[in-house]
Design a protein around this ligand. Structure first.
Ligand SMILES: [Fe+2]
Length: 315
């Protein structure tokens, strides 16, 4: 008689975006990939949100870092009202405003415009890291988008950090980054007109407000989760490192964020609204379309002063 061998394979709970999948009862949640992002259903963002619904939206935001709602035909006021659930809104010195409102920005490529090659933003990046309190979240809605193409892709910077060796983690845990937005206007003017970024023409930010030093590893203020906070847009150098040394390490780290198993990708439709965590994800638009208009409007939620590993141990 054959003897059956029972091997014990203990299996934990299903993992989504690097953490056990929570239960949702008030909203539907469909993860976009194993790495980050989910699509939320059962919510009309034009209406006031019940506390239990809002709590689940916030839970999904914390878990997935990128949350997507479809068919949200919001007025700018409704867009701002929903955004304020995530925090206080801020203007930005460099991003063009929408409809003359300092608290709304737009990303626009007209149908007749050629592919906009802006090297730093064609890579995964975090928005406005030169500010003393870089954005916590971006709330972006599509007014017009290509029938196909023009997606926005995201990379989960927590997963990038968590997959590093202990040795490299120990090095970058102590690093600080100098980010500066001081040069972008003068650099832009030197580019040929068809290669220029569409920048805001004037702003009231002082020079001092356009440069900051932040930890290369950012710690989540609520969960303590760590993530890589070093990307090429506005990057100057690591503090105490030469520019050459800094670029070499940054290029390696930035390369890791390109790996598909950290990503999700969102296809825009008219009235799709995405909220992404600008602290713990990287993002980029994918300009793989032609002869169609892409017009996205957004609010920017101000974040905390980035916490580093040293802040954590000092507590
Ligand atoms: Fe961006």
């Amino acid at each position: 008689m054959a003897t059956q061998i029972h091997q014990s394979h203990e299996v934990g709970p299903p993992i989504a975006a690097g953490l056990p999948m929570p239960q949702f009862r008030k909203i539907t949640v469909e993860p976009l990939s194993g790495a980050c992002g989910c699509e939320i259903g059962g919510v009309d963002l034009r209406e006031p949100l019940q506390p239990d619904v809002l709590a689940e939206i916030m839970l999904a935001f914390e878990q997935f870092l990128v949350i997507v709602f479809r068919d949200q035909d919001l007025t700018p006021e409704q867009h701002k009202t929903f955004s304020r659930h995530f925090g206080e809104l801020t203007e930005l010195p460099q991003a063009p405003t929408y409809g003359g409102d300092r608290l709304m920005q737009e990303v626009r490529r007209e149908a007749w415009e050629a592919v906009n090659v802006v090297p730093s933003f064609e890579h995964f990046h975090t928005d406005s890291p030169f500010l003393a309190q870089p954005p916590k979240a971006i709330v972006m809605r599509a007014l017009d988008c290509p029938q196909w193409g023009g997606d926005t892709a995201f990379s989960n910077a927590c997963l990038v950090y968590e997959h590093l060796s202990d040795g490299l983690k120990a090095v970058i845990d102590t690093l600080q980054v100098v980010y500066s937005g001081k040069e972008i206007w003068s650099r832009n003017e030197k580019l040929p007109p068809d290669k220029r970024l569409r920048l805001r023409e004037s702003h009231d930010f002082t020079e001092d407000q356009l440069e900051s030093i932040h930890p290369a590893v950012r710690v989540h203020p609520e969960t303590g989760r760590r993530s890589l906070f070093a990307t090429s847009a506005y990057f100057q150098r690591f503090v105490g490192w030469s520019e050459e040394e800094s670029r070499a390490l940054l290029t390696y780290l930035q390369g890791l964020a390109q790996h598909l198993h950290y990503h999700c990708r969102v296809k825009w439709r008219k009235n799709t609204l995405i909220v992404w965590d600008n602290r713990f994800t990287l993002h980029r638009g994918v300009h793989d379309f032609k002869n169609e208009r892409r017009h996205l409007i957004r609010t920017t939620v101000i974040g905390e002063r980035p916490l580093g590993v040293a802040d954590l141990t000092a507590r």
